[in-house]
Design a protein around this ligand. Sequence first.
Ligand code: 3HC
Length: 309
Amino acid sequence: MELEAQFERTVAAGQRVEPRDWMPDGYRKTLIRQIAQHAHSEIIGMQPEGNWISRAPSLRRKAILLAKVQDEAGHGLYLYAATETLGADRGELTEKLISGRQKYSSIFNYPTLSYADVGVIGWLVDGAAICNQVPLCRTSYGPYARAMIRICKEESFHQRQGYELLMTMMSGTDAQRAMVQESVNRWWWPSLMMFGPPDAESANTEQSMKWRIKRNTNDELRQKFVDMTVPQAEKLGVTLPDPELRWNAERGHHDFGQPDWDEFWQVVGGNGPTNAQRVEHRRKAHEDGEWVRAAAEAHAAKHAAQEGV
Ligand code: 3HC
């Protein structure tokens, strides 16, 4: 039918699908799933680093970390707003997160055990997020693509502040250098898992690529991240904990080992080191915020009544 043909033409031409345009139910459903889980990731992602705001070693580091965590909250709100343009209800999405019916990024189910984690998360986790999210600035759904442009700019700040923090620690004492290396050892493999399962095990990639929701596959972006990160690790003076990591001149890329995919699926399935803690914290914050939502609604109703709306 003509509407479907128009949708196909728009996507094939690399143009944007907008909220008012006709779209297949599956396209809408996939977008709500991906954008909601992206938003959940941003909000849950505030917890690991938030843990260090009160224990940052200087006012400067505290201010930087505070700004970064606040950015993540803003990213979540942008993305929830993008889901609402698809007819999703933000409250229902939060309930799905809290009840385990929707996911968030596996990376946030690992504990932040030392202050070096703040730098390593900025460098590796936000670095991986940049690799994964810059292509999304060209995703076929307009509101998502536009949200990603500003989010990617802020992610670049997140990544740079983390790398600068680590450069400072690496020029410090042996103990600080050891703290950074220990943190890299813990975060490297979970950072590779952020890109999702291998393409051969990815249920959604093929269709998402056809709809140009995804512009690259999971494995393509994982490879890009490894190639980008190896020289940064060398400059930093840390070792990436992968004995199979080496430059392959024939491929023009680095060969690298495989993450523990059993661990990945365990974490995605809710059985990671801090899944229960992260979701419980989110549930409590949601419940504690009920009075704010009720007050805002009462104020809006009173204002509407006064305006005779
Ligand atoms: N953590 C949790 N679940 C994951 C995952 C991960 N790292 N990788 C994949 N999954 C889930 C998928 O959601 C899917 O389950 P579902 O069908 O129930 O949603 C299943 O595993 C199979 O994976 P697929 O590859 O088939 O799924 P996708 O095509 O959706 O690809 C993705 C997964 C690459 C994460 C894609 O959804 C994506 O690019 N999302 C947008 C980016 C995003 O969400 N990034 C979160 C990173 S955190 C962040 O950016 C915060 C920053 O401040 C650090």
